[in-house]
Every structure is written in C-alpha cells, then in structure tokens.
Design a protein around this ligand. Structure first.
Ligand code: SF4
Length: 313
C-alpha cells in the first residue's frame, strides 16, 4: 500500500470499503490503532502494519501506512524480518487468536524468546470468523458457540500466560469496545523497546454468541483502578522477578473477573537488536535498509555468477 508523504497531520484512514460485520470488535481495534498512531506523532513513513489471515488480516488494508497482508500464522515472522532489516521502523501486527496461537504458535513463542520490539495486537474472539466460526485456540473447553455442532473438546490457550512465560516484556489486555483504554495501551506498546503483546478481547458478533460484548462487560475490570502496577521500576526489581510472578498470577484470572490493563512491563531486558549487534558489526546502525546496493547505477554485488549458475542452457 502506498504511503502518503509525511504531513503534520497524517490521515491514518484509507478509503477502502470495510467488509467486517457491522458491530464487529475489529472496528474498535482499527480505530484505536489509528488514534494511537496519530497521537504518537510517528512519521507514517516509519510505520509498518503487518497482518495474518482471518478477518483481522484486513486491518492492514485500512491503516494508511505501509501494510503487508501475509500468510496464515506468519505475520510475526514477516514482521521480524521487517524490523531487523530496518530497526528504525515501528512495526505493528494485527492477527487473530487462531492465526497466532494455532498455526503461528511457534512464531508467537519465538517473538517472546527474542524480545523483538514489535507490537502484536491479538484479535481474541475464540473463533475462526473468516471461515464460519470453528473453535479457535482461546475458546474454552466445553463451550458450544452457535457455530459449533458440539461443545469444544480442545483445551484453551491463555495468551497472556504464554506471553509472560516465553519472555514478552510488555503484556497487556484490552477490550475492543473500550477505544480510549486500548488506544493508551497501543501507545505504550509501540513505545516499548521489546516484544509487546496486547490481548484484545474482540467479540465476534456473528459466530461467538457466548463471549459477547455483554458477557465481557459483566466481568472486566481495570487493574490500575485496583492499585495493580505491573511496571518494573529498577534493575533490582527486574532481577527479583517479583513483578513477573505477580503478572503470571494475574494472567490466570479469567472467569467471573477479567483484568484489563498492563499486566507486565519490563524495560530492563535488552532487546533482540542488542543481540544482533553482538554478532553483526555495526548493527543496528548499519543494517540492510541503509546498506548501499548500487553505485553510479551499477549494482555493488555482482549477480552474474549466481545468474549464470541458474541459467538453463
Ligand atoms: Fe468480525 Fe466475526 Fe464478522 Fe469476522 S465474522 S468480521 S470476526 S463479526
């Protein structure tokens, strides 16, 4: 998708027709991401929006920055390549729970292990909406949505627990209909120098008649309103692991009460870019995006030998 030239007030909306079901929770995530980028004042040319496959995959079409709509489960792999090739970019990913915790689960884990500065907005609705509502990895065992012939026989994955236990250094939960709260969390995640997960409770109004907007509204509460503070304040506190233990405990709370807000934020863990810098001389200052590839119109790398090898004669 082409970028507009940088402006004082960039319009993050595109003119493309949006075909999500009216009332879908995806709309709140889209609007919040657009507002967050607007308020952060990032140069839109330095923002890349990556999506996977599913209803959420269309988000990259609706945000007016460079967007990439990738393969099923591979959004984080692609985003990793973008970020490492050009570390100055802010990279945001929108992907569903089926995409990220099913076929893409390996990449989800690797993102935490590596602590790559990427913001993942997980569209968590418990179903594969695009393909008519099959049970996705966050749907609780025994639940029968209207699109299932019988109750779900698979155990559910807890996205925040998995993220915390695999090394994500920013883990939060938000509700897609709370655009103000979600916008603030996206801003924090984008500014964070490490792997950031936002587990966004995003009701699928068409196929999940159990975890509805009302179902969540009866259960959600604000962590900060109850005095919870998941931010690690010092290297000593990071070392002690106390905040991580508290966040792990909090992440298990998902039933009659569901906490929203920042579960964990730790700026004291070096990001993957530091690790790359120890193996690649000059990185991240010298990176693929700013390496010259030609001089006076001629490529610096002689490709003729490679092409000769590939030639079919
Ligand atoms: Fe949203 Fe569900 Fe419709 Fe997909 S099928 S657009 S997730 S309401």
């Amino acid at each position: 998708m082409a970028n507009d030239a940088p402006q004082a007030k960039h319009n993050y909306r595109t003119k493309l027709w949006n075909d999500w079901c009216p009332g879908c929770g995806d709309f709140g995530i889209l609007a919040s991401a657009q507002m967050a980028l607007q308020q952060l004042g990032e140069d839109p040319l330095n923002v890349v929006f990556v999506t996977g496959i599913g209803c959420s995959g269309k988000t990259s079409h609706y945000v007016n920055v460079t967007g990439v709509h990738t393969l099923h489960g591979r959004a984080l792999a692609f985003a990793t390549g973008v970020k490492l090739a050009n570390p100055k970019l802010k990279v945001l990913v929108s992907a569903g729970d089926g995409d990220q915790l099913g076929i893409g689960a390996g990449h989800y884990v690797a993102m935490g292990r590596r602590n790559i500065p990427i913001t993942l907005m997980l569209h968590n609705n418990g179903v594969y909406g695009l393909t008519k509502g099959q049970a996705a990895p966050t749907l609780a065992k025994g639940v029968k949505t209207k699109s299932l012939a019988s109750p779900n026989i698979n155990g559910a994955i807890n996205p925040t627990l998995l993220a915390l236990s695999t090394g994500y250094t920013f883990v939060a939960r938000a509700f897609s209909y709370d655009a103000k709260g979600l916008t603030e969390i996206i801003k924090m995640a984008v500014a964070h120098n490490g792997a950031a997960l936002i587990d966004v409770l995003q009701p699928c109004i068409t196929y999940n008649d159990i975890n509805t907007r009302e179902w969540y509204q009866e259960r959600i509460y604000s962590l900060s309103a109850e005095g919870y503070d998941g931010t690690v304040k010092s290297a000593e506190e990071a070392e002690s692991g106390e905040k991580l233990k508290a966040a792990l405990t909090k992440s298990l709370e998902f039933g009659d009460r569901i906490p929203l807000g920042v579960l964990y934020k730790n700026e004291f863990v070096p990001s993957y870019l530091n690790g790359m810098g120890s193996t690649l001389r000059g990185y991240p200052g010298i990176n693929p995006a700013n390496e010259p590839i030609e001089k006076d119109g001629a490529p610096l790398t002689d490709l003729t030998q490679i092409l000769d090898k590939l030639a079919i004669v």
